[in-house]
Design a protein. Structure first.
Length: 280
């Protein structure tokens, strides 16, 4: 299955993939391969067009747009954020093109449990190892790509297989998570409002405020969520002279930026990581 999508508004696939919301994607011969549920997307960006091929389960243009955040009215969002705080315009301009993706909640939850106190290369390695153990394999031109395992596959993992992931203290969280939760749990969460979703997520061992906010933003359609990590703590102090706990700063970010606070958070993260601005 192949096709193309004309993009409305600014879009950068590179910025979108390098802002900490997704960990499993691959560069091969100028193309990007992105596993998504039962499908593998091959993506190429040329000017304002995204060319794609889908392997495995078919995906519609509408589904691909939502996955990549192309369904968001980005000009409206950027204008809204600039009006909320004019000091933020430089950040918006620098991160222009970044979109918030819509990712599978079950996989996203595990990804961010794996991410606790970990670098991105380590997170990727853990997720790739897990997918190689238990995920379905799609082969393209002799190259193997593993999809993320389903909950039914993960429930059968042995203690030895789990230990090979080298999760450290996260192992107990992961082991309990795969026993108790599945895709249906997260689909049901989508019917709840923001605060109800947040409270349910925080009941899961291993999911604190930051991880919960990431799951809300990247997989449960809550664009007002505002995850706080070390970069955002620096940014909140640098731009707004705000300090405090993850919970306090998350609520402050939501008050400053309103319904699109999640975009402000991702823009801030990208700006602080990749611009020349020094915050400490």
């Amino acid at each position: 299955m192949q096709g193309s999508i004309e993009v409305e508004g600014s879009f950068s696939l590179e910025k979108t993939l390098h802002c900490g919301q997704v960990f499993r994607f691959y560069f091969k011969e100028g193309k990007i391969f992105l596993p998504y549920l039962n499908s593998l997307l091959k993506l190429e960006e040329k000017s304002s067009t995204i060319y794609y091929s889908v392997f495995g389960e078919a995906l519609s243009d509408l589904q691909i747009k939502k996955i990549l955040g192309l369904n968001h009215s980005i000009n409206k969002i950027n204008s809204y954020l600039a009006k909320r705080d004019p000091r933020f315009k430089i950040v918006i301009e620098f991160a222009n093109g970044l979109r918030i993706m819509s990712l599978p909640p079950y996989e996203t939850a595990i990804s961010f449990i794996f991410s606790i106190q970990s670098s991105i290369p380590v997170i990727k390695k853990r997720l790739n190892t897990l997918s190689e153990y238990a995920g379905h394999c799609i082969e393209i031109g002799g190259e193997k790509f593993h999809l993320f395992p389903k909950s039914s596959d993960l429930k059968s993992l042995s203690k030895k297989e789990i230990s090979l992931l080298k999760l450290g203290f996260r192992e107990k969280f992961f082991a309990e998570f795969i026993k108790k939760y599945d895709e249906t749990f997260f689909e049901n969460l989508k019917q709840l409002n923001y605060e109800e979703k947040r409270k349910e997520l925080l009941k899961i061992k291993g999911i604190g405020e930051k991880v919960g906010q990431c799951i809300l933003l990247f997989s449960l359609d809550e664009l007002s969520a505002f995850p706080v990590d070390v970069w955002i703590k620096r940014g909140m102090k640098y731009f707004f002279n705000e300090v405090g706990t993850e919970r306090k700063l998350s609520e402050t970010g939501r008050k400053i930026f309103g319904e699109f606070a999640g975009y402000a958070q991702e823009y801030m993260y990208y700006f602080l990581r990749f611009s020349d601005v020094k915050t400490c």
